[in-house]
Write a protein that binds this ligand. Structure first.
Ligand code: GAL
Length: 432
């Protein structure tokens, strides 16, 4: 059974149950309540989501916070599925990439509620087609795109680099290993890394991109081409991944990404490979991009941009107030003010093309300006590719197959890259 039918079967039961209303929870003068499920729970990310909550409440609606802790969202997705099966989906939930299509095909997402807002606010011309296609189902918007994250970043503490005698940010894997060795010798954690499956795969996809280039990345992680998944280039990427892993924080097993980011911020570690939500922690710690920290594309990936679009999908609701609240959230989210303030806090860049073209005007820092410039250039060159580790390239089922094989490989001292590439091919094939 493919992943689509698996989700559909478990969720078809949902239609037998009544949908929730929130009348009892809301203050008497509330225009309506929207529960929003998301996983933005680190200090910096909470500051970002509070911006949306405050605006929606100012507009007279009640925001019911459905935050589910757990970076990368795996726990939030489990909660969402069981809520849907119980006939009690929230008004909105962070769902990304091909999973939006999968959820929409179950009939639980609302294809009508965003129609007027999208038309009035001209979403079709405000958004890059890659962004709007992701959040549409059969031509209708079923999710509100919030922001764009770049995943293939390397975060550096320059003070730590200086103490370890490293002169510049690594631009190749060889330079990365040399920097790692110097950091180790000077007593620092070379690479802050939490050994959770999604973090392991965030590093894996960066290494794949570096070793196999944009074409290889696309064939293996987006098109899921079996020959590429099991071929010599993948073996090479896995071999390099094992080497990168030797620099990872020895105390990082099971650690949250933000705690690992904290180690770079407070000078215990030199680097972290992480999407630019990591910047939300630097910002919350009042550190300045380009001065207190450096962001560079992961070595060997400067001509590519692995993207991750956060988006809030709309679930069908009986309550009219909730529908009005969903529309309010949609309208606020695509507004210039929100796009600016949210992304500055979250570490991301706006989804609006007009803003991406004029980042300095909105006061974005040097990391965000680089991200926007690269997003626009890579959209033209083909270097703009969906992140596998962040649900943009595949369904959750296929992503789960990657996660299992990659995490086992990193943790097994005897694992062999040739065998692992074969396993990868087989696991992905059966999850498709
Ligand atoms: C990503 C998500 C980001 C951020 C990150 C860490 O999947 O898109 O917004 O929350 O996980 O949890």
């Amino acid at each position: 059974m493919n992943s689509l039918s698996r989700l559909a079967v478990s969720i078809s039961l949902a239609c037998a149950f009544p949908l929730t209303t929130y009348a009892a929870d809301a203050p008497a003068d509330s225009k309506g309540t929207v529960e929003v499920v998301h996983w933005w729970t680190s200090g910096g990310e909470k500051a970002a989501v509070d911006v949306l909550k405050a605006q929606v409440e100012k507009d007279g609606f009640t925001w019911k916070d459905g935050a589910v802790a757990g970076g990368g969202g795996a726990t939030a997705m489990t909660v969402l599925k069981s809520r849907a099966v119980a006939g009690n989906p929230p008004g909105m939930a962070q769902i990304k990439g091909p999973d939006i299509q999968e959820w929409a095909s179950t009939g639980l997402l609302d294809t009508e509620v965003l129609k007027d807002v999208a038309k009035e606010e001209k979403w079709d011309s405000l958004l890059d087609k890659k962004v709007s296609d992701t959040v549409k189902y059969e031509g209708n918007y079923v999710a509100v795109p919030v922001n764009i994250h770049r995943v293939n970043w390397l975060w550096i503490n320059p003070e730590v680099f200086k103490k370890a005698g490293i002169e510049k940010a690594p631009a190749t894997l060889e330079e990365f290993y040399a920097a790692g060795d110097k950091l180790k010798a000077a007593g620092f954690i070379p690479l802050a890394h939490g050994g959770q499956p999604w973090q392991d795969s965030t590093v894996f996809e960066a290494v794949v991109l570096s070793v196999m280039g944009v074409d290889g990345y696309k064939k293996a992680l987006v098109e899921l081409d079996n020959a590429t998944l099991t071929g010599p280039e993948m073996v090479k990427a896995l071999t390099e991944l094992k080497k990168v892993a030797t620099y990872m924080d020895a105390d990082g097993k099971g650690q949250d990404w933000n705690l690992e980011a904290g180690k770079v911020i407070n000078g215990k570690a030199g680097m972290q490979i992480m999407g630019d939500w990591a910047k939300s922690e630097w910002t919350a710690a009042k550190k300045v991009a380009g001065k207190d920290y450096q962001c560079v594309p992961f070595p060997g990936t400067d001509k590519a941009f692995t993207y991750n679009i956060d988006s809030l999908a709309v679930f069908k609701q009986k309550d009219k107030g909730t529908a009005a609240g969903q529309q309010d959230i949609a309208k606020v989210t695509l507004g210039e003010d929100f796009q600016k303030v949210f992304s500055i806090n979250k570490g991301s860049i706006p989804v609006r093309i007009d803003m991406l073209n004029d980042m300095a005007k909105y006061g974005f820092d040097s990391c965000a300006q680089t991200a926007a410039k690269d997003f626009l250039a890579d959209a033209k060159s083909g270097g703009l590719q969906p992140s596998m580790a962040h649900n943009m390239a595949t369904t959750l089922a296929v992503q789960g197959a990657f996660f299992d094989v990659v995490t086992n490989y990193i943790n097994d001292p005897k694992a062999d890259p040739v065998e692992t590439a074969k396993k990868l091919g087989a696991a992905v094939k059966s999850a498709k």
